[in-house]
Every structure is written in C-alpha cells, then in structure tokens.
Design a protein around this ligand. Structure first.
Ligand code: HQG
Length: 187
C-alpha cells in the first residue's frame, strides 16, 4: 500500500513556520541570518526532511505569507528569503526603527496574570518585547489564549514622552521593552 502525502491545513504549516522562524530553527537544522531571514528553498527541503507529511511547497509558503491572518511572515524583495515579522524568542535583529506611538495602546492578557502585572509591570517574558495593539479586538483575542481575557490600556504616548522606545513591526504590532505599572490601567 502506498502512503499518501496529504498536505496539512495551511494553519498547521503556518504554526510550523512560526515555530522554526521565531523559536527553534535548530529543530530542523535551519540557519537564520542575524536579521532572522531563512532561505526559502533550504527551509522547504529541511522541513520536508524532518516531517514529510508536511509536504511544504514554494506555492504553499507564498500562499501562507499572502493570506496569514496576522501577516506573521514576510518574503524578501528578491523572493529568496522568508522571516517572521515579530514574536521571536531567539535573538534576531529585525532592524526596527523607533516610532512615536498613539496616545493609547492595548495589551490582552489573562485575569490570572493581573496580580503579578500590577506588581512588576508588563515584561516581555520569553519574547523580545512586550506586544501591544492599536485595537481592543486584537488584544482580546491575544488575551484569550491564556485564560479569561482582560484588556489593559497602556499610556504609550506618555511613556514615549518619558523616553521609552517604541517600535512597530511590519505587520502592525507595537513593541516595547517593558511597561511599568504606572502606565497601565484596567477599566
Ligand atoms: C504575560 C501572539 C505575569 C502577558 C499574540 C502574556 C501576540 C505577565 C504572557 C504575540 C507579566 C506572555 C505576543 C508579568 C507579561 N506577570 N504575566 N509581569 N508580564 N505577562 O505569548 O503578548 O499569534 O509571550 O500578559 O497574538 O500574549 O503567535 O505574549 O499573557 O501578538 O502571531 O505573559 O503572540 O501572536 O505571553 O503575545 P506571550 P503575548 P501570534
């Protein structure tokens, strides 16, 4: 009996891409450059070698980059490289430029983290930065991943005026190193 290699749903492959491009390129022997870029052909070859049921193709990757709900990935102008726009836990330099944030940004978290957040402020935890959004809906869906969601408002412009640096990723996620308690409010 021959085994069929059915392509997995795009979401499964997208999750796999997040895993290797943000967290564990080593898991399939992939090398990222200092700026987080991976060679697409090499990624395809190594991914399919590690799990052939993934059945990743160039077309699939292009489709995921185009249709991904949060635009998590970007392909280089020459079409040869791919990287995650944000969310890394490994050290990469995304060459983000500092930007002036809007008055308020939002952070979605789970209610069980509140006590600690209101003692020590928002920390990046395993990622490079604290992730913030311009809209409440996004914050709500981010918070839901860990439990009962709670939306925190962050006085981003005031932080910026006091010297805190803000960046905005290619896919519109606002990033900053930490958020001290005095800039956080819960309605
Ligand atoms: C919490 C996903 C206790 C923080 C999302 C969060 C986002 C604290 C968790 C992106 C704390 C870290 C990032 C403190 C922070 N005490 N808890 N002092 N400071 N926390 O996943 O922001 O779908 O690393 O509130 O959509 O939730 O993967 O960060 O709950 O955009 O593309 O510690 O990841 O994007 O969790 O999510 P995470 P996040 P993707």
């Amino acid at each position: 009996m021959t085994e069929l290699n059915t392509a997995k749903p795009l979401k499964t492959i997208s999750k796999f891409l997040s895993f290797v491009l943000r967290h564990k390129p080593d898991a399939i022997g992939l090398a990222l450059d200092n700026n987080g870029w991976a060679n697409i052909e090499q990624l395809i070859k190594l991914a399919n070698q590690s799990d052939e049921s993934l059945a990743i193709t160039h077309e699939l990757i292009v489709e995921i980059v185009k249709t991904n709900d949060k635009k998590r990935f970007i392909i280089s102008d020459d079409g040869l490289l791919i990287r995650a726009n944000q969310g890394h836990s490994i050290k990469v330099d995304l060459e983000l430029t500092e930007q002036t944030p809007p008055e308020l940004l939002y952070h979605g978290t789970a209610s069980r983290f509140l006590e600690s957040i209101f003692i020590e402020g928002l920390k990046p935890k395993s990622r490079h930065h604290v992730h913030l959004s311009t809209d409440i809906e996004t914050a709500n869906s981010v918070g839901q991943r860990y439990g009962k969601p709670v939306i925190l408002s962050i006085k981003a412009r005031e932080m910026h005026n006091q010297g805190f640096k803000f960046y905005c990723s290619e896919n519109g996620v606002w990033l900053t190193d930490t958020v001290p308690v005095k800039f956080i409010t819960k309605d």
